[in-house]
Design a protein around this ligand. Structure first.
Ligand code: GLP
Length: 241
């Protein structure tokens, strides 16, 4: 595991964009595993700027996102599809048909999960997986629990996650109670993982994930078992390391 020290959010975003851009340059037809949330937002802005400057070509890239809220349409401003469209996909030359997220409107949750796992199997190992980390140590929407869930599944969001994500919605009642998330298996099978952490709210989770025991109670701790993890964390997030 490599820990890259970033001074602040902007520095973290720039350094993360460097790694993603390098991946695309080295392997133009790569599969990127992508995350949503505040952590990667600045990184996407950097990638868009590089594309617009003529330095980054997304035309052969495939993306597969970690998660999506159950019940939100792609047009809903808080859906992860909407987030990805507006922060990245609509601003670069990626083929929209090669951008994948779980279908938040699927009628049958079990079928939705099966379809996503089938897709992941078809795409093969993710070349570079970008991750944020929840304040409770979650990755994607793999919430703290008693076992690591290997496959895509529909989760009941933890109260702390609903609270944390409430800032994006008008009212707490508007935050979806369930979400689809990629399981731990495709994350661990990714060739390279880049974990982003910014702010003091992530300090404890980051310490527990990187330096404490591997346990499903802290889902991100499973990353200790991966051989190529780069953590890019700013000063506040590194406070307890
Ligand atoms: C969210 C997402 C995760 C994200 C994490 C941290 O609920 N499902 O994929 O990494 O929680 O979010 P943020 O980066 O906004 O702090």
């Amino acid at each position: 595991m490599v820990i890259i020290n970033a001074t602040d959010y902007t520095d973290m975003s720039r350094k993360a964009a460097n790694l993603v851009a390098a991946q695309i340059v080295i392997k133009p037809a790569c599969v990127l595993g992508l995350a949503t949330g505040s952590s990667p937002e600045g990184m996407y802005a950097q990638l868009v700027a590089r594309h617009q400057a003529g330095d980054l070509d997304f035309s052969h890239v495939t993306t597969v996102n970690l998660d999506e809220y159950r019940g939100l349409a792609p047009s809903h401003e808080q859906s992860y599809r909407y987030f990805m469209d507006h922060h990245l996909f609509h601003h670069v030359n990626i083929d929209p048909a090669r951008t994948f997220l779980p279908n938040g409107l699927a009628a049958d949750p079990a079928e939705c999960c099966r379809a996503y796992d089938a897709l992941l199997a078809t795409l093969g190992p993710i070349d570079l997986q970008v991750l944020g980390i929840g304040g409770n140590g979650h990755i994607g929407f793999n919430e703290p629990g008693t076992a690591f869930e290997p496959k895509t599944h529909c989760v009941d969001l933890a109260d702390t996650t609903i609270e944390a994500n409430q800032r994006f919605f008008e009212r707490r009642e508007d935050v979806p109670r369930q979400a689809y998330t990629m399981g731990i298996q495709p994350i661990l099978q990714a060739r390279k993982i880049v974990l982003l952490a910014s702010g003091s709210g992530k300090a404890q989770a980051l310490r527990d994930a990187l330096y404490d025991k591997v346990t499903p109670a802290v889902p991100a701790s499973v990353l200790q078992l991966h051989s190529d993890v780069t953590v890019i964390a700013d000063t506040a997030a590194r406070a307890l390391l």
